[in-house]
Ligand binder design. Structure first.
Ligand code: CDT
Length: 338
């Protein structure tokens, strides 16, 4: 077990439109403190963790909207030092725990759906990822304030950093002198094979992914508008697990997924399903509630070797000369009718 590491997904329960930043911060600090007390070295938090999942609302008040982002400019410094949230990062550093956490990033020139990976040793941002696949629409499909919209295309620009892996140098000593190779995705990204493969091609061993996935929104999804809440929930959980388990397996990597769960505002249900998946695609630990909860497992990064060296030895078995369409085409082009 030369490269074994204790890791956690920190699931976060309901955060309402009216929940204060201070309350959320307290809950996050409790989670990271609890993780540290159990010798966890890396904790993955959800997408847009510091606030409710605001892209579900059609927000016309610019001041309210601005408040959902962390302003990150030359003057403010990195997110770890911004006034709203620095207490969380200071606590993680004090405890010596690496964290990945998602938030709305406002650079002053553009807004992104972002996740940072922060070293528990130094408090430095080791890597920043901006969500590439933004689901939903720019315009609300329904102006009823109780409706669940999905307005990420309105509130964020598509991520412009690509799928760049990095070394978690902070964990080098914990992992037998070889720093883990880490990749990041945010929510909807996990449904697209392209990002996973980009990370697979960089030898990623731990994929970190936070999400907010609605458990019931037939108006948004299309399809059966009379679907029951139970069936919708089961479908959403099934698809979440299906994509994560399949892509972890085909890219021979561990994946830590972390949910914003619970029912926001009493009417916007989100699935839980925070889990740690191994390179064979099996779930090794999984959340049991819809509330704030740590999902913990000790993983051995050497378990990635079998898949990477045999079945999914990418250099040996891939035929990139046949994959041109993947980068040449954006959408579907069926063959012509004869
Ligand atoms: N936050 C986010 O990306 N949510 C999307 C909902 C898409 S509608 C199926 C997700 O992929 O979970």
């Amino acid at each position: 077990m030369g490269r074994s590491l204790k890791v956690a997904a920190a699931q976060v329960g309901a955060v309402h439109r009216t929940t204060s930043r201070a309350e959320v911060l307290d809950r996050l600090i409790n989670l990271v403190t609890d993780a540290a007390s159990q010798q966890v070295k890396l904790v993955v938090f959800p997408e847009t963790t510091f606030t409710t999942f605001f892209p579900r609302y059609y927000i016309t008040d610019d001041a309210e909207l601005a408040n959902y982002y962390e302003l990150e400019t030359a003057e403010t410094g990195p997110v770890t030092q911004t006034v709203n949230v620095k207490a969380f990062f200071e606590k993680a550093k004090e405890l010596g725990v690496d964290v990945q956490i998602g938030y709305g990033e406002d650079t002053g020139n553009g807004r992104y759906n972002t996740a940072v990976y922060v070293s528990g040793k130094t408090g430095d941002v080791l890597h920043k990822y901006r969500k590439v696949h933004l689901p939903g629409s720019t315009e609300p499909f329904d102006l009823d304030p109780n409706t669940t919209n999905q307005l990420e295309k309105r509130y964020f620009l598509p991520g412009n950093f690509g799928f760049q892996a990095f070394r978690a140098t902070s964990l080098k000593d914990d992992c037998g002198g070889a720093s883990p190779i880490v990749g990041q995705l945010i929510c909807n990204d996990r449904r697209w094979a392209e990002g996973w493969r980009c990370y697979g091609l960089q030898g990623v061993e731990i994929l970190c992914c936070g999400y907010n996935t609605t458990a019931y929104a037939p108006q948004l999804w299309g399809g059966d508008q009379n679907i029951s809440r139970e069936k919708a929930y089961a479908d959403a959980m099934f698809h979440h697990k299906l994509v994560v388990q399949a892509h972890a397996y085909t890219n021979s990597m561990f994946c830590i997924t972390s949910a914003r769960a619970g029912t926001d505002d009493g009417r916007h249900p989100l699935i839980p399903g925070s889990m740690i998946v191994n390179p064979e695609g099996y779930i090794v630990a999984e959340s049991k509630t819809e509330n704030d909860e740590l999902v913990i497992a000790t993983i051995d990064l050497d378990d990635c070797k079998q898949g990477k060296e045999r079945t999914f030895n990418l250099g040996k078995h891939r035929r990139p000369e046949t994959y041109g369409r993947l980068v040449e085409e954006g959408g579907v082009k069926p063959p012509p009718e004869r």
